[in-house]
Design a protein around this ligand. Structure first.
Ligand code: DND
Length: 241
């Protein structure tokens, strides 16, 4: 089911004249990671969007392995401002705290960068808006939207999904507990330009991690240590939540 990635035609070189000078910086130097720096020669960008409440090693392992398998220049971990499908179901941690967690988690990890692009846009976070913004900013750069199998199964309910489908390569990574039919006529992946990437299966969820904090159980080795420090410093995920 998890076939090897295919080769694609290389898109043209990004036009650096389209970039603002402040965007032509080294990774990690842009304010709040809004526009992760794309240095000259970048061709393939990975986008791993998430609520990241909190970020964990399952997210990071997916990002670094997708980057490696597909030869992506950089993967942006895009923090949702308002994950509209989750709002109302449970209290969502403020976006600024979730961004701080992701910034701490990717610090020093080659090829990964946090992005606050959806937070700065405000309102409900629609991937269609993010893809359109990134495409306009870096024309010709191949956008690879990375999703876990569970998120892939729900793509049909996303806002303006046909628009997203027309603009990205969809990268689906396996996630324990979810199987996805990648080829049948009823597959949610029909019509997408798909790459299936197998990553080490890590049975970790943000839900369990929030419960762990609330009940005083350890997060060690499930969440990167710098992000654990942020959780402690900011008192995130108290018992009452
Ligand atoms: P989640 O809330 O599932 O994020 O959101 C994932 C992305 O979908 C975000 O960018 C949302 O804005 C976008 N979305 C959702 C719904 C509607 C729309 C957009 C729309 O445009 O209308 P999580 O923090 O829970 O997870 C982040 C990613 O990491 C997901 O793709 C998830 O499947 C994956 N993941 C794992 N993958 C492998 N192993 C694990 C994982 N845990 C999470 N252990």
């Amino acid at each position: 089911m998890w076939s090897s990635p295919h080769q694609r035609t290389q898109p043209r070189e990004p036009d650096l004249a389209d970039q603002r000078p402040e965007d032509r910086t080294r990774p990690g130097t842009s304010p709040s990671g809004r526009y992760a720096s794309l240095v000259s020669g970048f061709r393939r960008l990975g986008i791993l969007g998430g609520t990241f409440d909190p970020v964990h090693v399952g997210h990071l392992v997916a990002a670094v392995n997708a980057r490696h398998e597909l030869g992506l220049d950089q993967v942006l971990l895009v923090v949702a401002n308002e994950p509209w499908q989750k709002v109302g179901n449970r209290p969502v941690t403020p976006a600024a705290d979730r961004l701080a967690l992701v910034e701490a988690a990717v610090e020093g990890v080659e090829g990964l960068e946090s992005s606050g692009i959806e937070i700065e846009r405000g309102g409900p976070s629609y991937t269609a808006d993010t893809v359109a913004e990134l495409e306009a900013r870096w024309p010709g750069v191949e956008l690879n939207l990375i999703v876990g199998a569970d998120a892939a199964a729900g793509l049909g309910c996303w806002e303006r999904i046909a628009e997203v489908r027309s603009k990205v390569v969809l990268v689906v990574v396996n996630r324990p507990g979810t199987t996805i039919d990648a080829s049948g006529p009823d597959s949610p992946l029909v019509g997408w330009d798909v790459r299936m990437v197998e990553v080490p299966a890590l049975e970790i969820s943000s839900t369990d991690l929030r419960d762990r904090v609330a009940s005083g159980r350890p997060l060690d080795f499930l969440v990167p240590m710098p992000a654990i420090h942020v959780i402690r410093e900011r008192g995130l995920y108290p018992v009452s939540r």
